[in-house]
Write a protein that binds this ligand. Structure first.
Ligand code: UDP
Ligand code: MG
Length: 323
């Protein structure tokens, strides 16, 4: 039996990946066996609407080292990753996608950096962003620049393909927030790090689960989770305009007392539009933070579990464990 203190837990979120998941696990498994890495899989079905769960059941029942977790509905990739990390038992955990876009071939190198060099967080860095539309690339660029400017965290070309030592996993798990951003939080925790670059492979099956709207939400959520800069920005703009308005007031009173105050219609309209727009924008920014506080104070769990299935090698009677 392989020693537990070198066990690698491979955590994979799965959402509507019924077509390709068995093949992906087989490919990853092949690489790990060849490299002689003791491992387990923690597969999390994030409320898929296709036959993904049937596939995960088959996989869990057919192997001693696969644990399949089914969430009660679609909670999103971030929550699925949390569920996976909560169930992983390994001395280190590797998070990766289920569509083989994160190439298994570099896992042995990531594992070696952890095992031999004692690196606590090994990050997969995208050398090339793969085939993406120009608008997607541009939106990603703007998002990463904003995040870097506002929070100082540079996630450009970073990915969720990361290997975390047990101490880093526990540190990450101790962060109490309900809405999580794995990439950002696992960077924020610190610890010793190394980077391994990889080329994003084209998707083998199915299509991406990220619409523009979902990405924009994730981006906004990430920025507001890591920084209060948008709040300060609206306050700063407010101060700048207040200064301008004092000058304008002086000018208007001067005109009035000099008896030449008839003009100024354009100024009034422009001011109304600018002030109205800025007020709405500021209220919107405050609203986003308020929503975040509201979500956090509700204190709901990050995800709910429907079933946990694993073949238990220690008892031949309890082939399926459910929770
Ligand atoms: N995923 C998930 N829940 C979701 C959306 C995606 O668990 O709500 C999983 C998906 O099955 C895949 C990974 O997250 O394993 C990355 O998703 P995808 O490949 O669609 O993202 P992309 O590679 O296009 O960024
Ligand atoms: Mg993908």
């Amino acid at each position: 039996m392989q020693s537990m203190n070198q066990l690698l837990s491979v955590v994979i979120p799965v959402y509507n990946e019924g077509e390709g998941i068995a093949h992906a696990i087989q490919q990853i498994s092949k690489t790990l066996v060849q490299a002689n890495i003791p491992h387990e899989f923690v597969l999390v079905d994030d409320g898929s609407r296709d036959h993904s769960w049937d596939e995960l059941l088959k996989l869990a029942k057919g192997s001693d080292n696969i644990l399949s977790v089914k969430l009660s509905r679609n909670f999103g990739k971030e929550a699925a990753l949390c569920a996976g990390l909560d169930h992983a038992k390994g001395a280190c955990c590797l998070c990766m996608d289920s569509d083989l876009q994160h190439p298994p071939e570099i896992i042995p190198e990531m594992y070696r950096l952890w095992k031999d060099d004692g690196v606590e967080v090994v990050e997969g860095i995208k050398k090339h962003r793969g085939r993406e539309s120009i608008s997607y690339k541009l939106s990603a660029k703007i998002f990463y620049q904003l995040l870097k400017k506002t929070s100082g965290i540079n996630l450009e070309n970073a990915s969720d393909f990361r290997l975390l030592d047990r101490v880093a996993v526990e540190a990450w798990k101790s962060l109490p927030e309900r809405s999580t951003f794995f990439r950002g939080m696992s960077t924020w925790i610190g610890f010793s790090r190394a980077q391994v670059s990889f080329v994003v492979a084209p998707r083998e099956n199915g299509s991406t689960k990220w619409s523009f709207f979902r990405l924009a939400r994730l981006g906004l959520s990430a920025i507001t989770s890591f920084s209060a800069a948008p709040l300060y920005l609206s306050a700063t703009i407010g101060c700048a305009f207040l200064f301008l308005f004092v000058l304008l007031l002086g000018w208007t009173l001067y005109m009035k007392f000099m008896g030449i105050a008839a003009d100024g219609f354009t100024t009034v309209i422009s001011l109304q539009l600018i002030v109205g727009g800025l007020l709405l924008l500021s209220v919107g920014v405050i609203g986003i933070y308020l929503e975040k506080i509201y979500e956090e104070v509700k204190g709901r769990p990050r995800y709910l579990i429907h079933r946990v299935v694993a073949r238990n090698p220690t008892s031949s009677n309890s082939i399926v464990r459910e929770g």
